[in-house]
Design a protein around this ligand. Structure first.
Ligand code: ADP
Ligand code: MG
Length: 633
């Protein structure tokens, strides 16, 4: 006897323990999903065997007919699910059934509230795989042998739902895994032929291999006629069926199976492409972002099949990074079964497919935007920020992506990102040539920025951008529908035909008159500003700061600064509103010290109004207090 053969008892990882507890004690509704989970695992195991067998046919051990068997014993109060898939080694059993490594589960645990009723509902939403066996069972016994391993190197795993499980090396003739559920007293209803069939049909019809049950024996039947197998599910890969044969329910169940996400998808697109390249794709838009959407190393991509044989999960070569939230299946008839990630990266046909699949997804999104606006709103909340990476990554599709973007704007005035660029363009004023936007750290700073004053006065809409990616996005978008996108805080404000000739002339005249003032301010702020000029942006505020046309925007600067990056020195332009009483006061100020103080205060305030950090906040406070004291004297 080898050391391995000894029976050992191990404790669960903490999260697994909590989860088991919940499964056993809190889930009363929708208990039937345990079967979906176990059948789904068996199907994954069959996929994995097929894949490994491509390079090592011996793994089939002479038995290539993959199937999943569900049986029950009313008297023994058990249900058994067995498969002849890849199976597991002892180490794999401990790894996979003793810890929680799966993202869905981790996500689930994060959301646990401690309130058992709510948590129980959550289980239904997330599905937590193998452990859902404990919804109906108080004892679960797994026997499994990895394909290719000797018959006497199988493993028996047993757990009665407490803090421990045991593993023991045993014999098992058939490769694969058998899960024996010892039903709780209140779950005996599931040990029933009709009930089990109904559940399989409902949740597992799309499973590509047969799920079989023994035909029920007629009560007065001849015992020798018993034990005839019957296939319960359709047992063809769902994506190979024609669209008209697949119901929405089936598409949704299939999504849960491929994505390991248990919420329903928002929409999907199922297509067969024939011709130069021959492949089928079934792509889904999830309803919820995974918690690791922004983690560079998170898994992404579709499941790749070649001629119905599973090849790999997370094949990321088929879609660009900004569509990393898409889930689904691509089944190619051209690729070799031996295809690897390295080969995929080099294959020019993959680029072609990637281009076509990208278009499919963008079309699917735009169809959802026009046909199911409520779903699109949900989509945008979850994935909008990721889609905003699109124009930078995918220049060729940037107009298409631009149409899918949604923004908060001064038109609606709320923080909801609900307006498209097309909406904006449709509302443009007579004579307006540009699409205006402002980028700021948060919504209120954007909405109340002094830069918007003249736009408000003239009734011109401005996009209010507050996401970190926004300036990055705008620098790659630069144009929509032939109209350039203009940061209202940058460069000379050129409202084009929106400014009347009189306004322009009046401004020039004032600038001429105030030249001495502008020079005095420039001298006082020589360290801080590149230029001082008369504004045509402001109606209510005394002053604002503007970034030179080709300098980095203020929001981008702040982000880079926070990231500890060294920035090129660039001083802003300081604009004064000649109509404002404070500016008039400044002009009349004869005392040079007081003039300098007031100029500094106006400059600092202009920065504050933009949400910027002052270089020397203490100096600002001192100057302001000095003036306040003079006031009260
Ligand atoms: P998931 O299916 O999301 O990976 P599960 O909790 O359902 O999570 O299963 C955990 C792991 O246990 C699987 O990833 C797989 O490695 C292993 N496993 C479960 N069932 C089987 C099976 N029937 N055959 C082989 N391995 C299995
Ligand atoms: Mg699973």
């Amino acid at each position: 006897m080898t050391v391995d053969a000894r029976k050992e008892t191990r404790g669960f990882q903490t999260e697994a323990k909590q989860l088991l507890h919940l499964m056993i004690h809190s889930l009363y509704s929708n208990r039937e999903i345990f079967l979906r989970e176990l059948v789904s695992n068996a199907s994954d195991a069959a996929d994995k065997l097929r894949f490994e067998a491509v390079s090592n046919g011996d793994l089939y051990e002479g038995d290539t007919e993959l199937k999943i068997r569900v049986s029950f014993d009313k008297d023994a109060k058990t249900i058994t699910i067995s498969d002849n898939g890849i199976g597991m080694s002892r180490d794999e059993v401990i790894e996979n059934l003793g810890t929680i490594a799966k993202s869905g589960t981790a996500n689930f645990m994060q959301k646990l509230s401690g309130d058992q009723k709510k948590d129980a509902q959550l289980i239904g939403q997330f599905g937590v795989g193998f452990y859902s066996a404990f919804i109906v069972a108080d004892k679960v016994v797994v026997t499994t042998r990895r394909a290719g391993a000797p018959v006497n190197e199988a493993v028996r795993w047993e757990c009665s739902g407490d803090a421990e499980f045991s593993v023991e090396t045993v014999e098992k003739t058939q490769r694969g895994m058998t899960v024996e559920l010892h039903l709780k007293e209140d779950a005996l209803e599931f040990a029933d032929n009709w009930r089990l069939r109904t559940i399989i049909k409902k949740y597992s019809d799309h499973i590509a291999i047969p799920v079989v049950m023994q035909k029920p024996v007629a009560v007065d039947g001849d015992a020798t006629e018993a034990s005839e197998d019957e296939v319960i599910n359709t047992a063809t890969a769902l994506w190979t069926r024609s669209r008209s044969d697949v119901t929405d329910e089936e598409y949704k169940e299939f999504y849960k199976h491929v994505s390991h996400d248990y919420a329903e998808p928002l929409t999907w697109s199922h297509n067969r492409v024939e011709g130069n390249l021959d492949y089928t794709s079934l792509l889904y838009v999830p309803a919820r972002a995974p918690f690791d959407l922004y983690n560079r190393d998170a898994s992404r991509g579709v499941k790749l099949y070649v001629q119905r044989t599973f090849i790999m999960d997370d094949a990321e070569q088929f879609l660009p990074l900004y569509l990393r939230f898409i889930k689904g299946v691509v089944d190619s008839n051209d690729l070799s079964l031996n295809v690897s990630r390295e080969i995929l990266q080099k294959d020019p046909n993959i680029d072609t497919m990637r281009g076509a699949l990208t278009k499919r997804v963008l079309d699917m999104l735009s169809k959802m935007a026009s046909g199911e606006p409520e779903n699109y709103t949900k989509f945008w909340k979850e994935f909008g920020q990721v889609l905003k990476e699109g124009p930078a990554e995918d220049f060729a599709n940037r107009e298409k992506i631009a149409k899918l973007l949604r923004f908060a704007t001064t038109h609606t005035g709320d923080a909801e990102q609900s307006q498209s660029l097309e909406d904006y363009v449709a509302r443009m004023k007579e004579g307006q040539e540009k699409i205006y936007y402002i980028a700021a750290e948060n919504f209120n700073t954007a909405k109340n920025s002094p830069h918007l004053e003249v736009f408000r006065k003239k009734g011109i809409e401005v996009l209010l951008l507050t996401d970190r990616v926004d300036e990055w996005l705008m620098s790659h978008l630069s144009e929509f529908d032939g109209k350039s996108l203009q940061d209202v805080g940058k460069g000379e404000l050129d409202l084009g035909k929106l400014d009347t000739e009189e306004e322009k002339q009046a401004k020039e005249k004032v600038a001429e008159q105030l030249k001495p003032l502008l020079e005095r301010v420039k001298a006082a702020l020589t360290e801080e500003v590149a230029e001082v000029r008369i504004t045509d942006r402001l109606t209510d505020s005394p002053a604002c700061v503007v970034v030179a046309e080709h300098d980095m925007g203020a929001q981008m600067r702040r982000i880079l600064e926070q990231a500890g990056q060294k920035l090129p020195d660039s001083k802003p332009i300081f604009e004064l509103n000649p109509e404002h009483p404070l500016v008039k006061k400044l002009e009349q100020e004869g005392n040079e010290t007081r003039f300098g103080d007031l100029a500094h205060i106006l400059f600092d305030q202009a920065n504050l109004a933009e949400g910027a950090q002052l270089q020397d906040p203490a100096a600002y406070v001192q100057r302001l207090n000095k003036l306040l004291l003079e006031l009260s004297n």
